[in-house]
Write a protein that binds this ligand. Structure first.
Ligand SMILES: *Cc1c(COP(=O)(O)O)cnc(C)c1O
Length: 450
């Protein structure tokens, strides 16, 4: 075992392909359905909002897809990202476990999200698109897409969930700096926004509403496409650069993980790290793969595996996924990036068939873990990422209990420099733990189409 604390690759070792697990799946996936006819979606159905190249990736039978050279040129600004061994955290926990983390917070936007934003912007540019519209919750995805659009000279319109727009101005300023226009959602710029405002003038907004606005904007402007930062197969595909690099780096460390962990909002950082390991699992590896979500928005652990809409206004296709219902508005927890009612259909499928496991945590133990991580490893994690830290620490403590070694690998999906008010709340004892929102979930589940 190596004594090194971090494992670095060179520019030449940035993955030159993305890994597509679709052709390797053991069980067939249920197809997305057209929201009107409820028949399996045809690729043309998506052409109003996505370029054909990305639609092809969504259904691709190829095991590997080449990363375009111009996308690699942008990746080179921050990739390969470092893999660390958390020796000081191990020592603080007094555990025989070895804890490794892949740190995606070194990108200009501070998270893993530019891995797909850059790819999506490039394919849209190739297709002659002039502008991209999208939604953002806490602002991480919006800032990643604003950056990516700037790199390729595209315009960018971001519908930002209103409560975050008001409470988290710095992400908005970051988007503005990269040249994007940002609107608080629900806005009066779309029919979807107008009808929500008519019924609920004080609506704080939700990701589902903001998606409806961005999709409508794209569908009603021929020079504009829509871009989604998580959930879809092509997003998972682009994010596999994380897992491919991590595997090479674990080889450098001369260890193999017993458990691979990622926090879960729509599934992209988790899928990015985990999917290359899922292929190993198909080939017989015993590695455990664990998704970690907030107890306040527990799609994987408490949701139904069912066809549902990706947005509130029911504009998106019906996708088979773990869902809390497209009407579900989760409590205002600080891990804004994990407040989505649904989940990646690919990862939902893998969970359903037993290839993955899932776990949920409340905010307080998550922030406890975040602070202990900051105090030992130095990096101040995003509240989203801290869910993975919590689970990694619990795995390390379980190993201690058993008195046996365990190799733990998790994705540190981003830094928390824009989340200081959340830390302030925690440190001053004001952080609130939401109970499982059982009643709201029951109500929203009733709206899932049968
Ligand atoms: C957006 C975000 C997430 C959640 O999104 P996934 O698609 O589930 O990865 C997690 N961590 C950070 C830092 C994020 O910005």
């Amino acid at each position: 075992m190596s004594q090194f604390a971090k494992f670095l690759l060179t520019d030449g070792q940035i993955p030159s392909v993305w890994i597509n697990v679709l052709p390797a799946l053991r069980e067939p996936m249920d197809p997305p359905l057209h929201p009107g006819t409820r028949q399996p979606l045809a690729p043309q159905d998506l052409q109003a909002i996505f370029p054909m190249s990305l639609i092809e990736q969504e259904f691709s039978p190829l095991a590997e897809i080449d990363v375009p050279g111009e996308v690699l040129d942008i990746y080179r600004l921050w990739r390969p990202t470092p893999l660390y061994r958390a020796k000081r955290l191990e020592k603080a926990l007094d555990t025989p476990a070895h804890i490794y983390y892949k740190y995606e917070g070194t990108s200009p936007a501070g998270s893993h999200k530019p891995n797909t934003a850059v790819a999506q912007a490039w394919y849209n540019k190739q297709a002659g698109i002039r502008r991209l519209a999208t939604e953002t919750g806490a602002g991480q995805w919006g800032s990643a897409l604003a950056l990516a659009c700037r790199m390729f000279g595209l315009e960018c319109t971001v519908y930002m969930v209103k409560v975050s727009y008001q409470q988290k101005p710095y992400r908005r300023m970051m988007m503005n700096t990269w040249g994007a226009e940002v609107f608080a959602s629900p806005s009066d710029r779309t029919h979807a926004g107008q009808s929500i405002l008519a019924a609920h003038p004080d609506s704080p907004g939700s990701l589902g509403i903001a998606i409806s606005e961005a999709v409508e904007d794209a569908a009603t402007h021929s020079d504009t496409n829509y871009s989604l930062g998580s959930v879809l197969n092509h997003v998972m595909l682009h994010q596999t650069v994380i897992g491919q690099e991590a595997k090479r780096q674990m080889d450098l460390a001369d260890e193999q993980p017993d458990v691979v962990i990622g926090c879960f909002g729509g599934g992209s950082n988790f899928g990015g790290l985990a999917l290359p390991y899922v292929l190993d699992k198909f080939a017989g590896s015993a590695v455990r793969i664990m998704a970690v979500e907030p107890a306040a928005c527990p799609s994987l652990t408490r949701g139904a595996y069912a066809y549902d809409y990706g947005d509130t206004a029911k504009l998106t296709p019906l996708i088979k996924m773990y869902t809390l219902g497209h009407d579900f508005v989760p409590p205002g927890i600080h891990a804004g990036g994990l407040r989505y009612h649904g989940a990646s259909p690919l990862l939902s499928h893998l969970l359903k068939h037993g290839w993955l496991e899932a776990k949920a945590y409340k905010q307080t133990p998550v922030f406890e873990a975040a602070v202990q991580f900051a105090q030992t490893e130095g990096i101040l994690p995003a509240p989203e990422s801290a869910h993975a830290i919590r689970a990694a620490m619990d795995e390390a403590l379980a190993a201690k209990e058993e008195g046996r070694p365990r190799v733990i690998l998790f994705c540190l999906s981003g830094h928390g420099h824009f989340d200081m008010s959340a830390y302030d709340n925690y440190l001053s004892g004001k952080l609130q733990d939401y109970e499982h929102p059982g009643k709201e979930i029951d109500e929203a589940m009733a709206a899932i189409p049968s």
